[in-house]
Design a protein. Structure first.
Length: 242
């Protein structure tokens, strides 16, 4: 397989945290957003993960970038969708709870998320290269034959299960997630997809994911967080790219 195309430094390719840390991140190993330097990357980890990478035409990549960058200041940013002709690429996505309300940290709701992802791994060909569950969002590095369909089914199933769970345990929260038409909407409509074009961008995002619980002060080390691919005993099967 051919290498990923050269990564652009356009803001559509990475979040602001990445823009702050990326120029220095890969000179002598990964550096966390907090500024703490990590060990230099082993030589074998610097080999391009060829079985993960896929070659896309310049037109596909440019159309993707245009779709997520075509916004004007002073107006809401349009929702970024995964393009059909790049549906099986590797993506960094961030499904997020509406209003950023803390939902997942109680009543076994993290298990609901894991159960849905396991089903998609077994039945829909979903590959998970990295993940972390937080209190009101999750980060995923994933690939599937149809990633958009997997995310749609994930949100549909988990919303139904969380609605049932909330009715039993926290019915007072239901109005917060009920729209004007009476529909229960626990998820924000967008997934903030970012296509992974290079190994460098993959490692930067994986490090960002794993350091998230540490930055929040939930654990001292990333591998201590149960709901993270940094934990060697995490409850989901992780596809290793090397």
């Amino acid at each position: 397989m051919r290498q990923f195309q050269k990564q652009s430094r356009n803001s559509g390719d990475m979040d602001m945290e990445g823009l702050k840390t990326l120029p220095k991140t890969f000179r002598k190993g990964i550096k966390s957003p907090s500024g703490r330097a990590a060990d230099p990357l082993p030589e074998q980890d610097c080999i391009l993960f060829r079985h993960v990478s896929q070659r896309f035409s310049t037109s596909v990549i440019s159309r993707y970038k245009k779709s997520i960058n075509n916004c004007s200041f002073g107006f809401p940013m349009p929702i970024a969708h995964i393009p059909r002709d790049a549906a099986s690429a590797v993506y960094f996505v961030t499904p997020t709870v509406r209003h950023w309300h803390y939902v997942f940290d109680r009543h076994d709701r993290w298990h609901i998320l894991a159960e849905s992802l396991r089903f998609l791994q077994e039945r829909r060909g979903l590959e998970i290269f990295g993940f972390v569950f937080m209190f009101n969002h999750l980060h995923l590095i994933i690939r599937a034959p149809d990633t958009a369909a997997c995310l749609r089914d994930f949100k549909r199933y988990t919303a139904q299960r969380i609605h049932e769970n909330m009715r039993r345990h926290e019915a007072h929260l239901l109005p917060l997630f009920t729209d004007e038409k009476g529909w229960f909407q626990v998820w924000k409509p967008d997934n903030q997809p970012k296509i992974i074009e290079t190994e460098r961008f993959f490692l930067q995002k994986l490090n960002y994911i794993h350091e998230n619980p540490v930055r929040k002060g939930y654990v001292e080390r990333s591998e201590y967080w149960k709901w993270s691919s940094a934990n060697p005993h995490c409850p989901l099967e992780i596809t290793r790219p090397w």
